[in-house]
Design a protein around this ligand. Structure first.
Ligand code: FAD
Ligand code: NAP
Length: 338
């Protein structure tokens, strides 16, 4: 049985670098360990949070209970129908290591998701996405342990209710299941997605005319490294807010006033770039105490060192209010607050 540690600092377990303590902390490295732990009623009632890489969480207070850190490893490839491959990864595998594994094997599908921090088990939580690809595009199924009964359940694509940074695990089933593995369906000859202008420009800069998955991965890594703050250097959790999708009527109104406003058609309206809206309100590069909006991407709130979770929440509220006052658009938080 894994060792439970008491009064444990979470500072190195969240990319904002917030220094809070959990009453208890334990790392699990196998499904059996997890089942064993959850068979104890005291553990079940004390469990407050499952943590992967901590790259999408903001702690605003100490955790008064148990934190389980997900460490289940292993990547396995099996044959899928029609020349495809199922790739199954343990929930504790670092996401980018899975991307590298697939790219090195010539398996196409997740190269656009290169360098997203965090672990595999969190990827379905918000249906991670970047540069025109979302997890759901390659997702086949996941296995998850029901916390109350200790039973393993398999969820297929149509049961996960994936949406833009959304899933059933963030909504109706929040706090009920612990994801233990994720299975993707990839293939060697799937088409690459280079629809995002930034990827095409980067490939051109690299002199690549006929890209393969490894080239797209390299392009995405280069773009990300050039504009996103590295959490190891500057605490952050990536985009603090989602990109808002607004009704077409509001979009037309805003476009008349701001003809240069970036916009992208979405299934239920028009997607606006939250970073642009925030920048227009003067927040880009602005520092408030120990926090601020990043100088290259205003959507990323950073911890310059020593910030509390509450300071970051306060800044986020002020940003939300400015955007609402100026554009009539309500920003929704992407980061999970604890
Ligand atoms: P954590 O932060 O540890 O957890 C996130 C949530 O998932 C929590 O609610 C947690 O309780 C829950 N959870 C974690 N593991 C499990 C599990 N096994 N079972 C059940 N619940 C679980 N996101 C994107 O979508 N696209 C991006 O391009 C992107 N870029 C980023 C860039 C930077 C620099 C940073 C810091 C973050 C970025 N993110 C991005 C956000 C984040 O990396 C992803 O959401 C990632 O999937 C979070 O993984 P994690 O392991 O760190 O999750
Ligand atoms: P960007 O290129 O400055 O673009 C701003 C926003 O416009 C993006 O967020 C993207 O929305 C949207 N966009 C741009 N080109 C698009 C196109 N061709 N079609 C549809 N939508 C388009 O964005 P960025 O900040 O550098 O991020 C690049 C990518 O990485 C984005 O996909 C972004 O979501 C992802 N990312 C996510 C996080 C996170 O924490 N969630 C952090 C960093 C980067 P979408 O976000 O819907 O793609």
């Amino acid at each position: 049985m894994p060792q439970i540690q008491r009064s444990y600092s979470l500072k190195t377990h969240n990319t904002f670098g917030i220094d809070v303590k959990a009453d208890a902390f334990v790392e699990v490295t196998s499904v059996d360990d997890l089942k064993g732990l959850l068979s104890l009623p005291a553990v079940r009632s004390d469990l407050k949070l499952v943590l992967g890489g901590g790259s999408n969480v903001l702690f605003t207070r100490p955790v008064d209970g148990l934190v389980i850190s997900m460490g289940i490893q292993g990547i396995e490839v099996t044959e899928a129908p029609n020349n495809g491959h199922f790739v199954t990864a343990g929930a504790g595998v670092v996401w980018h290591q899975l991307v590298e594994f697939c790219v090195n094997k010539g398996l196409v599908g997740i190269e656009n998701l290169s360098l997203i921090p965090g672990r595999v088990g969190a990827a379905p939580m918000q249906n991670i996405g970047a540069y025109g690809v979302e997890l759901k595009d390659v997702f086949h199924h996941l296995d998850a342990l029901h916390i109350e009964s200790g039973e393993l359940r398999r969820f297929y694509l149509d049961e996960c209710q994936f949406g833009y940074r959304e899933s059933v695990f963030k909504r109706q089933l929040s706090g009920r299941y612990i994801i233990t593995s994720v299975t993707l369906r990839l293939s060697e000859n799937a088409p690459l997605n280079t629809s995002y202008g930034a990827i095409r420009e980067q490939l051109a800069t690299m002199g690549v005319e006929n890209p393969i998955a490894a080239d797209v991965s390299r392009a995405v890594i280069a773009i990300r490294q050039s504009k996103l703050p590295d959490p190891a250097m500057l605490g952050n959790a990536g985009s603090f807010f989602k990109n808002p999708v607004v009704p077409l009527a509001l979009f037309e109104q805003l476009k008349a006033e701001y003809p240069n406003m970036p916009h992208y058609p979405a299934p239920d309206g028009m997607k606006l770039a939250a970073g642009w809206l925030i920048e227009q309100c003067g927040w880009k590069g602005k520092r408030v105490g120990n926090t601020g909006c990043h100088e290259q991407q205003a959507l990323v709130i950073v911890n310059y060192g020593g910030a509390t979770g509450q300071e970051i929440v306060d800044l986020a509220m002020n940003v939300t209010m400015s955007v609402n006052q100026r554009f009539g658009v309500e920003l929704e938080r992407e980061v999970n607050l604890f």
